[in-house]
Write a protein that binds this ligand. Structure first.
Ligand SMILES: C[S@@+](CC[C@H](N)C(=O)[O-])C[C@H]1O[C@@H](n2cnc3c(N)ncnc32)[C@H](O)[C@@H]1O
Length: 258
């Protein structure tokens, strides 16, 4: 790399709490001349981190990715900021999509691009209650912004039928008030009504809440834009400990012959 070469690093801040942001991410933020991201995620970056901040709206991911790559092509050290993990429904793919676009990708041929992982919302939520992701699980976004709703339904049904624990991201938005209920209905065709469901909102942030209910009551959960939902498999268990605390976990073994 010459002194004029720019670098773009896509970083994951973790769910919110600064303590879950990795040292590698903090180093990359400290080295950045420019920080690019959705405004509320940039606000999650410690105030002590320098660099020019370039906030943008949540729906401008392609434009944000191109702007960040352009800055790096000018020789800047750019950190593109995501919450959680940048590779999970976030900016790492948005950057790669631009690098894959034959119409524009040559502009950024000399830019070094790195991705630094972070703790994703499902991991952070799981850790709050025990180990619900302790066996096979999958992750589905209920958003139909970037894929048709028919595909969302197909995947939820397939995951439920295959007895995966299912982590549901983007379970609700003002424009999509009914999809979470529909997803629970579809899961209910393959799971017992007593299956544990965890709804975790603002994990690692002020106002965090974590609720554990049974699948039959899941539609009454207060699910919002900053909620991740974990739906247990047939083997996920709720354990009441002697002190009244609850542990939810999925055993590592699966019954033979099922
Ligand atoms: C666009 S996705 C981004 C996911 C993020 N890259 C990650 O790895 O966690 C946004 C969704 O992530 C989930 N989410 C992100 N941060 C969260 C948090 N602190 N608590 C609960 N859910 C969160 C919610 O489901 C939200 O709708």
């Amino acid at each position: 790399m010459t002194e004029h070469d720019g670098r773009l690093t896509v970083v994951g801040l973790g769910p919110g709490d600064a303590a879950t942001c990795t040292p590698a991410v903090l180093d990359a933020l400290g080295a950045a001349t420019d920080l690019v991201g959705y405004g509320p995620y940039l606000d999650q970056v410690p105030a002590s981190v320098g660099g020019t901040r370039h906030p943008s709206d949540n729906r401008e991911e392609a434009a944000r990715a191109r702007a960040a790559l352009d800055l790096a092509a000018e020789g800047r050290q750019v950190a593109v900021v995501s919450s959680g993990d940048p590779g999970v429904f976030a900016m790492a793919s948005a950057i790669c999509e631009q690098l894959d676009d034959p119409a524009v990708r040559d502009r950024w041929a000399d830019v070094d691009v790195d991705v630094l992982p972070g703790v994703t919302a499902a991991q952070a939520a799981a850790a709050r209650v025990g180990a619900p992701l302790g066996h096979d699980f999958c992750v589905v976004s209920l958003s139909d912004n970037l894929k048709p709703w028919a595909v969302v339904e197909q995947r939820v049904v397939a995951a439920a039928a295959a007895d995966f624990v299912i982590a549901l991201y983007n379970p609700w938005s003002r424009r999509r008030p009914w999809q979470f209920g529909r997803a629970m209905e579809l899961v209910g065709e393959h799971r017992a009504p007593t299956t544990p469901v965890i709804a975790a909102t603002d994990v690692g942030r002020p106002g965090e809440s974590v609720d554990v209910v049974e699948l039959k009551d899941a539609t009454a959960l207060d699910v919002g834009m900053r909620t991740v939902v974990l739906v247990g498999s047939s083997t996920t268990r709720v354990v009441e400990r002697a002190d009244g605390r609850t542990v939810v976990y999925t055993p590592r073994h699966y019954p033979a012959g099922t």
